[in-house]
Design a protein around this ligand. Sequence first.
Ligand code: PDD
Length: 255
Amino acid sequence: MIVSIDGRIVPPEQATISIFDRGFQHGDGLFETLRTWAGVAVTWPEHEARLRRSAATLRLPVAAAIEVHPAIEAAGGGDQRVKVIVTRGGRTIVIVEPLGPLPTEVSAAVVDLPLARRREGHKMLAYAENLIARDLAIAAGADEAIRLDADGFVAEGSSSNVFVVEGEDVLTPPAGNGLLPGITRGRVLGLGGRERRISVAELRAADEVFVTSAVRGVVAVTRLDGVARVPGPVTARIAGTYEGQIREQARSSVV
Ligand code: PDD
């Protein structure tokens, strides 16, 4: 594991911030989680743009330059998980650790912890609610929670976005209901997906369901609320195209 604080790499056991930092005391700060592909942080520019957009909305000062590459290089390339944290107290933290095994499928459960009515989701350090939603899903025998918006429609996963497939249509809930506009969600929309409100009944009746996140990519939901589902051809096609696109970008960026 490599940790840098304000651009200086420090031994993990010495990586500390002040207890007076609002980021620590109140979760007042933002974070981004992504992965590298053969040492290349292909999606970092998209994550940085989202972080800075949220920072502007939340009036959170952010360093002019967020240096992720020195920590990624120090971690020795390969496939790594990268977390970038910005606190109200002015700290910029980068944590790089081995990616580890990724799920090829997930089981999901709709949980009763709806999103608050808000226009846009931000990847705030105050993330406990997402973790509690996942705990509810785990208690129901699933890996990932599916949360509803304030009107009872499908919103997003506890740490992912949700897509359903109806025939050839690839659909995801519209932003604006409080969901986090995922980077991977944006790329899948770019591959032909479109936004539409999705009821719980439509979720359960869908031909295919998959979740997306920058670390896990595009992953089929093969069990929903305890009901087995067959991973479908459209999910496999989208997952293949998404990964192919990213690997090509990784290759072209090192050439
Ligand atoms: N989670 N919604 C929420 C609440 C998330 O936490 C995440 C990402 C997403 C997907 O966004 P993206 O495609 O930009 O990763 C949607 C990250 C992976 C995490 O668990 O930290």
